[in-house]
Design a protein around this ligand. Structure first.
Ligand code: FAD
Length: 478
């Protein structure tokens, strides 16, 4: 039998590495097993988020946004430039550099916190044992008191458009194009599809997004979804709703997609096709027959509110369990579980997890949407403020979008905050903090916001709930 641990964490994504660091900080002898091997043949930490998810996508979103601004918007500010060119290879190499720095940083944090990093593939055996098939070919069985499974998720494949790594790629492949494809198809108008579609559209691709659902961004507030659809379409994303892909044919360097919509069967040919129809929990070869851990029909490891599985001493967190597939949700669950294992009382507030779509403008929200409160039969109020009425937004040339706050009519307690606009992803933290502290709209309205900032729109939307916005005429007066 190999070394004994208090905790073994399986997977070093934002769920697993955070859990491992926290557990070690709390004095638990902790190991973290990771099997991800990068293009250079090295085991790397950070999981989907750092290697092929949150960070590389944002590096390309920022680069492409800066390029599009220089090309299309600088003139508005009185800046004349000509010959603006995008060096896609340099953008990709910058992105790769950021990934390398960050993944290396996690290894450094493991060392600093005393987490033992095990390189290889882990399997949960019964009775507190974890087998690790090490990269050097050896296998060892480690004993541990507690196990945290953080094995994450992988992209969903669809039979009508099987990924071939060339003409048809998944989100990871779309982060590595060496040039902007002339005609780009994206299957799925979800968060990832819209972000990747935006990147390549800004860099010159003619982008068509095929979405099977008839509604756009059904999980976002209806007001924001409607505005976002209009704005993104105006930017050049050809978003086709109710378009269900039924097949694809690859011929040479192009792929022809067949889909059905309200007008019957259609075909469109692309140079590249990105399949972004969602992600599925990843548990391949993870659980031995003796492990006894329950997995749902949809492949998620079943857990309760505190991420306990049905087996005592085995926890699961992040994308491999229910809830939104978001890095910060995975990390918070990691902290909660490490705290519980160390004997502390810990609970996570699933009602205040923020969602952000990093398009331009950004779409961000926390809490309930207006359609959700309406359907739940809750008596509610709303207050909105458009960025078109914000001095700072005008100065920034960013007048698209709005802030909308939804409150309980009886108590004034904030039920949801929704922001479409520049830096919405940063501003939404104000809504998260307000909701975490159980604030009312009046609490926000009585708070002093700095001028001139985009955040003043949050203040004004809170004032508008009660009909007291200062810088727009109020729909209701009290
Ligand atoms: C293109 C893209 C953009 C995204 N952007 C955002 C964003 O902006 N914000 C956001 O919050 N989320 C974003 N996400 C989602 C985010 O990446 C995930 O929610 C997050 O990474 C989940 O963390 P995790 O720790 O649960 O799993 P993962 O990050 O998937 O990590 C799981 C790790 O476990 C390892 N592993 C699996 N099985 C084993 C085993 N048996 N043995 C050893 N190791 C194993 C895997 O190799 C992997 O490293 C994005 C995702 C994609 C694809």
């Amino acid at each position: 039998m190999a070394e004994k641990f208090d905790v073994i964490v399986i997977g070093a994504g934002p769920g697993g590495y955070v859990a491992a660091i926290r557990a070690a900080q709390l004095g638990l002898k902790t190991a973290c097993v990771e099997k991800w091997v990068n293009a250079e043949g090295r085991t790397v930490h950070g999981g989907t988020c750092l290697n092929v998810g949150c960070i590389p996508s944002k590096a390309l979103l920022e680069a492409s946004h800066k390029f599009a601004e220089a090309r299309d918007d600088f003139d508005t500010f009185g800046i004349e430039i000509s010959g603006v060119k995008a060096d896609v290879e340099k953008m990709i190499s910058r992105k790769n550099g950021i990934v390398k720095t960050l993944t290396g940083g996690i290894s450094g944090l493991f060392k600093a916190n005393g987490v033992t990093a095990l390189e290889g593939t882990a399997k949960v055996l019964g009775s507190g044992k974890v087998e690790v098939a090490h990269r050097d070919g050896s296998t060892a069985v480690y004993e541990t008191r507690d196990i945290i499974i953080a094995s994450g998720s992988v992209p969903v494949d669809i039979p009508p458009a099987p990924v071939n790594g060339d003409t048809i790629v998944d989100s990871s492949g779309a982060l590595d194009f060496t040039a902007a494809p002339k005609r780009l198809g994206v299957i799925g108008a979800g968060v990832i599809g819209l972000e990747l579609g935006s990147v390549w559209s800004r860099l010159g691709s003619d982008v068509t997004v095929l979405e099977a659902m008839d509604s756009f961004l059904a999980s976002a507030d209806e007001t924001l979804a409607k505005d976002a659809y209009r704005i993104l379409s105006k930017q050049g994303l050809n978003i086709k709703l109710g378009a269900r892909v039924t097949g694809s044919t690859v011929a040479g360097n192009e792929v022809t997609v067949t889909y059905t919509d309200a007008n019957g069967e259609q075909q469109q040919t692309f140079d590249k096709l990105i399949v972004c129809v969602g992600r599925r929990p990843y548990t391949e070869q993870l659980l031995s027959a003796d492990a006894g851990v329950k997995v749902s029909d949809r492949g998620f490891i079943e857990v309760d509110d505190q991420c306990c599985t049905n087996v005592v001493g085995v926890y699961a967190i992040g994308d491999v369990v229910r809830g939104p597939m978001l890095a910060h949700k995975a990390s918070e669950e990691g902290v909660m579980v490490a705290d519980i294992i160390a004997g502390h009382k810990a609970q996570m507030n699933y009602d205040t997890i923020p969602n952000i779509i990093y398009t331009a403008p950004e779409i961000a929200w926390v809490g309930k949407t207006e359609q959700e409160v309406r359907e739940a039969g809750i008596a509610y109020e709303t207050g909105s403020f458009p960025f078109a009425a914000s001095g700072r937004a005008m100065a920034n040339n960013a007048t698209e979008g709005l802030v909308k706050i939804i409150t309980d009519k009886e108590t004034d307690r904030i039920l949801g905050v929704h922001i479409l606009g520049q830096q919405a992803g940063e501003m939404i933290a104000q809504g998260v903090i307000a909701m975490e502290f159980g604030s009312s709209a009046e609490d926000l309205a009585l708070t002093c916001f700095a001028h001139p900032t985009l955040s003043e729109a949050v203040h004004e939307a809170a004032l508008a709930v009660d009909g007291h916005a200062i810088h727009i005429p109020n729909r209701k007066r009290k």
